[in-house]
Each structure stands twice: as structure tokens, then as C-alpha cells.
Design a protein around this ligand. Structure first.
Ligand SMILES: [Zn+2]
Ligand SMILES: [Zn+2]
Length: 493
């Protein structure tokens, strides 16, 4: 197979630290799946791995941790026929592929079997050959340290990560532990159907995602969701409330007498991007049609001033949050790329008013298209005080204006795994009034499942920029240079 890997030394992406090599197809060990990569998102963390901002964990690692792929084999037994973890026989000897991939010890064709890695039918992670799954950043935790036992596996000191500690998805095939896979079948059209191609709206099947638009959900989406949870705005809101479908509309100067149900158009799939002044123009996003059940959202174009919209939402989560705060929650997003443009739509669907502060006119345009209330420069002040803010840009300088923009008691959440130094803070201007800074480290699998369930219930428009797999280095260069808003996705054709 072909794969990208970091050459001897990481370095500036302009100097091409990655090389495109011919490599053997990896073999899944016990508890692992071999996955044929269909698409892999390009995340800023891949840039940090390639450039050496993150210390090398695996020499010549293949980056990539937003993988959508199809299981072609499940790991065989270890030499003694046991999986080494619970003593059960792990995988039948005839565990094989769906693509005539010959693996050691696999003589028969038996696609369609369903079993988990440890032969335990009660475990929730059951995957079958041919199933499409997502591979994300977190790929191992120890399960017995104080953090794992406390439900904070993202802080496990023994954790391992895809595309850093182990080879990732910038390749035609990858191997991943079954217990850390996410099922994405519920987000995608039936396998092999014509509607799995981009730009097709021939089949209506729930949220209209493609492998290209699901990929960014797996890190940009999940981490952004955790960063949003870390702001505290969702405290006390249950996973059930979060995933309940909503019909939030942002309407300027709404007459008090208006009958809310009249606004509930197309609530069956409620695109999260229906809000705001340019609801219809979001149609351009990745070929996703913002239509459902015959309703077109193109006509819902509200033009109004940010300061006066009335939020109407039947979302239980939105009602819960607004009731606790006593007002419409106001969120600031600093930086507006792959993660932020997803997080913005989650926040909007949860009834929040979102202000975006970022460099780049294209990113600001995208923010307004998605329904954000305002978009300005990264160091500008938002037009109103923020209940919370998230910094996605890896730029420590931005911490200062973001803290200054918070209301008393506000929380600043730092979403990146890497950030340049934060300048000295002024206590009165930046910290007093009980303002808080919280960092975000990875995510738990529960975060991932909760977010993907949200994405299944609320259509999230993904601004995906596809690149052929063999153009990964160019995609990373374009990401660093800010040549696109949204998310780059490698496609393995
Ligand atoms: Zn642990
Ligand atoms: Zn990532």
C-alpha cells in the first residue's frame, strides 16, 4: 500500500518533512481491526506532529486521526490462540476480509460475521467486516488508573493516540483497536449506494453526510464539542437533552405574539445551519443540500442586526441552558477553521449567540453564512460581553483579548493541543471577576459518542476541501498558510 510518513526529522511543512512510501499492509493484532481508509481529515495536530511541535512518539509515524474507513479484517488470535487480555479465544481462525485481502491464518471468506475483539457478545463495541467506522485521536487508555476509574480517561497517563503513538490514516490502510472505534454507519448512506458520492441528493436517509464530511467530525467535531463542554455552558445538561432534535431559529425583532410552531419548518432533520442571516447560501458547503422532507431552507434568510435577534428553540438543551443563565448564552470563538466551524453549528443549535473572531475574510464569511451573529478580526472586541469563549487558534497572544471579552464569571476554554506562549496577564483586566482559563485535553469515548449522536440528529454542514491522498503534504501546507476555511480531507480513491 501507499502511506505518508514523517521522514527522519520533523520540520517546517514547507520543507516537506513527510514522504510518500510503499509499505506493507499492516496486520491487525488481537483486539484490532484492519481498516481500508476511505477518507482522512487533516487536523492541525497532524501539522504539529509533522513539524515537531509535538515530540516524536513513533519514528516515521504516519499521521492522521480523522479516519473513516471500512473494516476489512479483524485481528487474529495470538500465538497461543488467546487474546492475552481476558483469556477468551479472540477471533475465529477464519476471520478474513471483504476485499480478498489474504492475511496470515485466514483461509476462508466469512464476511458478515459480527463479533467484538474479545469474543464477548455483551461488549458494546461489536463491529463486523464491511462495516464503516471512524478512528479518532484517542486509541488506548489503561482502564485502571485514577483518571480512567473516575471517567476522565482523556487524562490517563498511559493513553496513546492515533497518528502519533501509532500509524494513522494518511495511508491506504490502517489498524486500530476495536474498543476505540466509532460506528458511523448511522451517519452515512447505505454502502455502495449512489448517494454516498458527493453532490448527490438522490436518497433521503437522515442527515446527509458523506465519508468526506464525516471525517472532520472525528477530531475537529469531537474536540470542539469537548471544548464547548469545558466552557461550562452545558453543565447539568444531559446527553439525552443534547442529542434531542432542536428547531432553533434566530429571528431579528420577532413580534411577541408570533406563534412559535409556525416557525418549525423542516424540523425533522433541523439543519444546524439554518440560523442566521444567510441561511440559504450555506448550500454551497461540501455539496450538502440543506433540504429535508421537501422543505427548502433557502428561503429562510433573515437579515438583521446581531444585537436584537430573538432565539426561539424547542431544543430541551437550549431551554435548559437559557433558563439557567437567565439570558441567551453568548459564546465567542477565536479562530474559525475545521473545528470551530463545526462547534459554531453545535452552539447555534443549542440556542447560543455566537461571535467569531478570526483572521481571514473567507473564514469570517463562512461564520456569517453559518449564522454566527458577528465576525471580526482575531484581536477585536466582540460586540457584547461573552459568557464563554473558546480559542481554536494556536496563538497564546489571543488569550488576552479573549479574557478581556468575558463577562464576570466567564470561562475561556483552550481547544488546542499546542499553543504559543501566553503573554503576562494583567490581574484586573484579564483574571479578576472570577474569570477562568481551562485547557482541553483530548476527549473521552463518551464525548465522542455523545457528539456523533448529536451529529446524527442535527445536520452539521461541513466545509470540506477534498485532496487526493497523495496530496497530503500540500493539504498541510495549505492548512498552515490558511488557504481555506473549513476542513481539508484526504480521499483514498
Ligand atoms: Zn488510565
Ligand atoms: Zn485532531
Amino acid at each position: 500500500m501507499h502511506a505518508w510518513r514523517v521522514q527522519g526529522q520533523p520540520g517546517p511543512i514547507e520543507d516537506e518533512p513527510l514522504e510518500w512510501v510503499e509499505a506493507p499492509i499492516p496486520q491487525p493484532g488481537p483486539g484490532e481491526a484492519l481498516i481500508h481508509v476511505l477518507a482522512c481529515g487533516v487536523c492541525r495536530t497532524d501539522l504539529h506532529v509533522s513539524e515537531g511541535d509535538l515530540p516524536a512518539h513513533l519514528r516515521h509515524v504516519t499521521p492522521g486521526h480523522e479516519i473513516v474507513g471500512e473494516i476489512v479484517a479483524l485481528g487474529g488470535t495470538s500465538a497461543n490462540g488467546r487474546d492475552g487480555r481476558n483469556g477468551h479465544r479472540a477471533i475465529p481462525d477464519d476471520a478474513v476480509d471483504a476485499r480478498n485481502l489474504r492475511l496470515p491464518g485466514s483461509g476462508h471468506h466469512s464476511s458478515g460475521n459480527s463479533y467484538n475483539a474479545f469474543g464477548d457478545p455483551d461488549t458494546k463495541n461489536q463491529f463486523r467486516i464491511g462495516e464503516r467506522v471512524g478512528v479518532a485521536w484517542l486509541r488506548h487508555t489503561c482502564g485502571h488508573c485514577e483518571f480512567c476509574r473516575a471517567g476522565k480517561e482523556n487524562l490517563c497517563p498511559n493513553s496513546q493516540y492515533t497518528g502519533w503513538d501509532a500509524n494513522g490514516g494518511y495511508a491506504q490502510y490502517t489498524v486500530a483497536p476495536v474498543d476505540y472505534l466509532y460506528s458511523v454507519e448511522g451517519l452515512l448512506p447505505p454502502s455502495g449506494s449512489r448517494s454516498s458520492r458527493r453532490h448527490s441528493n438522490a436518497t433521503v436517509f437522515g442527515p446527509r453526510y458523506t465519508v468526506e464530511t464525516v471525517a472532520p467530525l472525528l477530531c475537529a467535531g469531537i474536540i470542539g464539542y469537548r471544548a464547548l463542554r469545558r466552557t461550562g455552558l452545558l453543565d447539568g445538561v444531559s446527553a439525552h437533552e443534547i442529542t434531542a432534535r432542536s428547531t432553533t431559529l434566530s429571528v431579528p425583532s420577532l413580534p411577541k405574539s408570533i406563534d412559535v410552531p409556525q416557525l418549525r419548518r423542516g424540523s425533522a432533520t433541523s439543519p444546524a445551519s439554518v440560523h442566521g442571516r444567510h441561511g440559504g447560501s450555506a448550500n454551497r458547503l461540501a455539496g450538502n443540500r440543506l433540504t429535508s422532507g421537501g422543505d427548502s431552507f433557502g428561503g429562510d434568510s433573515f437579515s438583521g442586526d446581531f444585537s436584537s435577534p430573538t432565539q426561539i428553540s424547542t431544543s430541551p438543551a437550549a431551554q435548559h441552558i437559557a433558563a439557567r443563565l437567565g439570558h441567551t448564552p453568548v459564546l465567542g470563538l477565536y479562530g474559525f477553521g475545521g473545528s470551530a466551524h463545526i462547534t459554531a453549528q453545535v452552539a447555534l443549535a443549542l440556542g447560543m449567540r455566537v461571535h467569531v473572531l478570526t483572521r481571514g475574510q473567507e473564514a469570517r464569511d463562512l461564520a456569517l453564512e453559518l449564522g454566527c451573529a458577528s465576525a471580526a478580526g482575531a484581536y477585536d472586541m466582540p460586540p457584547e460581553p461573552l459568557d464563554a469563549a473558546i480559542i481554536f487558534a494556536p496563538v497564546g497572544d489571543i488569550v488576552l483579548p479573549a479574557l478581556e471579552a468575558l463577562r464576570p464569571g466567564g470561562v475561556l476554554s483552550l481547544a488546542g493541543i499546542h499553543m504559543s506562549d501566553i503573554p503576562p496577564l494583567n490581574y484586573e483586566r484579564h483574571v479578576f471577576h472570577e474569570k477562568e482559563i481551562r485547557s482541553v485535553e483530548s476527549n473521552t469515548r463518551d464525548d465522542g459518542r455523545e457528539f456523533l449522536a448529536f451529529a446524527a440528529a442535527h445536520f452539521i454542514a461541513i466545509d470540506a476541501h477534498p485532496y487526493p491522498l497523495d496530496q497530503a503534504q500540500r493539504a498541510l501546507q495549505d492548512l498552515k498558510a490558511g488557504r481555506f476555511a473549513g476542513a481539508a480531507v484526504l480521499v483514498n480513491r
